[in-house]
Design a protein. Sequence first.
Length: 182
Amino acid sequence: MADLRTSFTVLEDVTTQAGLALHKVAQGDALTGKNAIAALIAKDPAGNLIYPVTNSLGELVVSTESSTAAALLSEDGTNVGSASDADIVTLTLQNDMTYRELEAVVSCFRDAVFKIVHVDDAVTNILVPGVRCGAGSLNAVLNFKTLEFVTGSTGTQELKIIGKNLNALATMDGVLSVKEIQ
C-alpha cells in the first residue's frame, strides 16, 4: 500500500493554536466542516458550494427577478359613478403575507380620481394616491415593480381601488393584480 503524504498545516485554530490543513473543495461540495480558501464565493439553498454564473463575456449574471414562488391575484370591478369615494375593485388578501409588484388599470370617460389602498383590519393605508383620468386620457395603467407590503396578522386584509367622479357622474372601471409571495 502506498504511503500518504503528510499534510502541512497552513492555518491555525485560534482557540487551540493547533495547525490545520486546507481542505480540497469542488463545486457541489458541502461547506460545513471545511477549511478552504475562498475560491468559490457562492452557495446554493442547500448550503453547497457553487461557481458564480457568468455570461459569454465573462460578466457575473445578477438577477433582480426572484425565483421565489408567488401566486398572482387579480380582480376587476365597476362602479356606476359616485361623487364620493366608492370601491371599484376589492381583492381579499391573506394574513401575514408579503405582496409585491402591484399592477392596475383604471378607466373613466369623465374626470375621476382613483387611489389604491391596503385595508389592514379596518385601517386604511394609502399605497397609491391621486391617479387621475378622464377626457383626453381615459385610462391610467399603473405598474409598481418595486412596491412591496406585508399584511397584518389579524383581521380582514384587502387591497382596493377606490375612485370618485369629479365633475359629472360616469362609470368607473378597474383591474387590480398583485403577486402573493408563497
